[in-house]
Design a protein around this ligand. Structure first.
Ligand code: DX5
Ligand code: ZN
Length: 221
């Protein structure tokens, strides 16, 4: 089963509520919510207040991708604001196990995000606790970057680790996902696809998401 997660980073922020409604109506499964702090990453976006404002507009899963340091301070705020999944970068947390515990105690699913140069060893002692692994296929901070090809091999390795664990862990990919590479990325092992510019930069969200699903339908599992 594949899930499509438009990243609101590429939406029109002057009408964010309408954009979220439109993309869910167009067939999105998940709303991907990028949180940047101009510290851990060189860009600044939105916080829990905006998540709280969007929450009543949709029943779709809200997938909060924290690109912030420190991590723990802001986790309960996002849980209260209605996040369903909270993911963080392990390098940004001093105590990764504690942060995962904090997210779960707050009632959310917990995800670990691996940057392009972050090794899989972060999964060694966390795989039994997490619900999602997010493989970054660009360096975090900006939308509209080019997909890093080496991410395909990394996705395959992470998929293997998930299979060996026997746990139901989502494998999400983020950065440079388009209609013309989504099938190849699915073949590499991803099941959840973040796409910002490819969807919000297109004229017809419904047609773009439908094209992505048509590509995914051709993938043999
Ligand atoms: C990048 C963000 C992504 C971004 C993806 O740091 O985490 O979610 O919105 O944008 P595209 O799909 O345009 O590469
Ligand atoms: Zn993201």
């Amino acid at each position: 089963m594949y899930r499509i997660a438009p990243s609101i980073l590429s939406a029109n922020f002057a009408k964010l509520g309408d954009e979220v409604r439109a993309v869910v109506e167009a067939g999105a499964d998940i709303v991907h919510f990028d949180v940047m702090d101009n510290h851990y990453v060189p860009n600044l976006t939105v916080g829990p207040l905006v998540c709280e404002a969007l929450r009543p507009l949709t029943r779709a899963t809200i997938d909060v991708h924290l690109m912030v340091r420190p991590v723990d301070r802001i986790v309960p705020d996002f849980a209260k604001a209605g996040a369903d999944i909270i993911s963080f970068h392990p390098e940004a947390s001093d105590h990764v196990d504690r942060t995962i515990g904090l997210i779960k105690e707050s009632g959310c699913k917990a995800g670990l995000v691996l940057n392009p140069a972050t090794p899989l060893s972060w999964l060694d002692h966390t795989l039994g606790m997490i619900d999602l692994i997010l493989v970054m296929s660009v360096n975090p901070g900006f939308g509209g970057q080019k997909f890093i090809a080496a991410s395909l091999d990394k996705l395959g390795q992470v998929r293997k680790r998930i299979q060996e664990s026997g746990r139901d862990i989502w494998l999400e990919v983020d950065g440079g996902v388009k209609v013309d590479n989504i099938a190849e990325i699915a073949r590499a092992g991803a099941d959840t696809f973040v796409a910002g510019s490819a969807i919000f930069g297109s004229k017809d969200y419904k047609a773009t998401i439908a094209s992505m699903r048509a590509e995914l339908a051709r993938v043999k599992t």
